[in-house]
Design a protein around this ligand. Sequence first.
Ligand SMILES: *[C@@H]1O[C@H](CO)[C@@H](O)[C@H](O)[C@H]1NC(C)=O
Ligand SMILES: *[C@@H]1O[C@H](CO)[C@@H](O)[C@H](O)[C@H]1NC(C)=O
Ligand SMILES: *[C@@H]1O[C@H](CO)[C@@H](O)[C@H](O)[C@H]1NC(C)=O
Ligand SMILES: *[C@@H]1O[C@H](CO)[C@@H](O)[C@H](O)[C@H]1NC(C)=O
Ligand SMILES: *[C@@H]1O[C@H](CO)[C@@H](O)[C@H](O)[C@H]1NC(C)=O
Ligand SMILES: *[C@@H]1O[C@H](CO)[C@@H](O)[C@H](O)[C@H]1NC(C)=O
Length: 455
Amino acid sequence: MRFTPVPSLGRLLVIAAVIARVATALTIDINDEQSIKDAASKTAYGSMTWYSGNDTGGIPGAFPEKWWEGSALFMSLLLYWHYTGDDTYNPQVSQGMQWQAGNGDYMPANYSSYLGNDDQVFWGLAAMTAAEIQFPDVDGGFSWLSLAQGVFNTQIARWDPTNCGGGLRWQIFPYQAGYAMKNSISNGGLFQLAARLARYTNNDTYADWAEKVWDWSASSPLLNNKTWNVADSTDIANGCKTQGNNQWSYNYGAYLTGAAYMYNHTEKSNWKDAVDGLLGVTLDKFFPKKYGSNIMSETLCEPAEACNDNEILFKGLVTGWLAFIALLIPSTYDQILPKLQGSAQAAAQSCSGLTNNTCGVRWYESKWDGWVGMEEQIIATDVLSSSLLSKGVAPVTSTTGGTSKSDPNAGGSDASSKQGQPKPITTGDKAGAGILTVVFIGLWGGMIAWLFIGN
Ligand SMILES: *[C@@H]1O[C@H](CO)[C@@H](O)[C@H](O)[C@H]1NC(C)=O
Ligand SMILES: *[C@@H]1O[C@H](CO)[C@@H](O)[C@H](O)[C@H]1NC(C)=O
Ligand SMILES: *[C@@H]1O[C@H](CO)[C@@H](O)[C@H](O)[C@H]1NC(C)=O
Ligand SMILES: *[C@@H]1O[C@H](CO)[C@@H](O)[C@H](O)[C@H]1NC(C)=O
Ligand SMILES: *[C@@H]1O[C@H](CO)[C@@H](O)[C@H](O)[C@H]1NC(C)=O
Ligand SMILES: *[C@@H]1O[C@H](CO)[C@@H](O)[C@H](O)[C@H]1NC(C)=O
């Protein structure tokens, strides 16, 4: 959301009052851990000002118009706790992540009729993160590990060998526009989830699936295992021959992170080659030289200020993943650290808006750029927390301290989760689906023209 000052007398008086106050920029000293923690506590607080799930009458974890964003918020608060030790928001995180769990697979009935595989997998990855950072399981609730397993089980049931030799479709149900496509975030998301489950549980079924998703992706126009280009999507109608080659950081990050887990898990050199290849391209493309090579930028939409809410969040996901990669593959640590530190410094400087530490979208401006929203606060929290990676313990496994309970059969019995077999659609569902589909085409498809109107 772009903040447009209304030129009324009241507004001018507010501005005058604001100018009279002391400056409120968030400045951090990258060598002073406490200054980073203090800054992250402000951005995390800021993100929670947009959360009504803890208000009287609010629904925990619910974001009716943008359900997946709840997973992005909770992931940032999990990382915040992991790296700073501040547990202020842990109760809300637990409550929201349980409330939205559906039958243990993140297909909650209120939303399931218009979810995409990508929407669902981000909740699965949030649950996986919780297990890996030893976020306590909730007594009598779904364990974090079982939630990740539930998402995995429902997604592999949708694997689609009859079109393009395999792969997940983007959307789950035929009445959604994205049903006709296979895309990188859905397949890269499942690949990453499978790789993380393989490492955590040491169960080969997950590693086999990770290999399978990777191999199919590399055989499609989505993932090029020589140039390490990651495309956005490909169409089923032409047998997945054509390539929608929009360059988004989270597509790279999804595959890169999964490869890093597979390398840590298997120590096989092909995974190290994949990590080196994808990491090189990711750092090159999304930490542009013209901003000094250490500040992350979503280069496709930021220069024109055309990033929508989803796209704003990508930098947060990717910076969080980069820190985990540095912890999983020590040889990448020195390469990644300056990127996270440079981005954290720039992000902190962007958090100087509206006298209340509102953060902006374009970190490379190193000042507030006029944007306001939960997404801006979430990504600042992600990168500030992740820049403390030297304080972070690497993601654990079931043999190195992880105690989240396993349920290999979680999820999967949910009728609405099967590919192409939606539960009967009610009128309410259709209305919801319709609106969301329009939003999704604009948001996820990168149809920039729509975005300009939207903003
Ligand atoms: C800052 O102010 C904006 C505009 O009033 C508001 O939407 C936002 O929630 C506030 N953020 C914090 C951290 O209070
Ligand atoms: C959430 O709700 C609990 C219980 O009402 C309350 O104690 C807590 O302060 C709330 N937290 C926030 C951040 O609003
Ligand atoms: C679904 O919607 C109902 C009615 O608004 C609400 O009570 C319930 O908490 C919602 N469930 C989820 C998972 O959002
Ligand atoms: C790259 O992908 C192609 C197509 O799937 C495959 O045949 C080849 O073995 C892969 N190369 C490596 C080094 O993995
Ligand atoms: C795997 O990660 C652990 C930290 O959990 C690290 O100590 C170990 O060196 C990593 N293994 C490889 C092959 O990078
Ligand atoms: C490994 O995972 C598969 C697939 O979920 C499951 O069927 C099997 O029981 C698991 N094995 C163990 C030892 O947990």
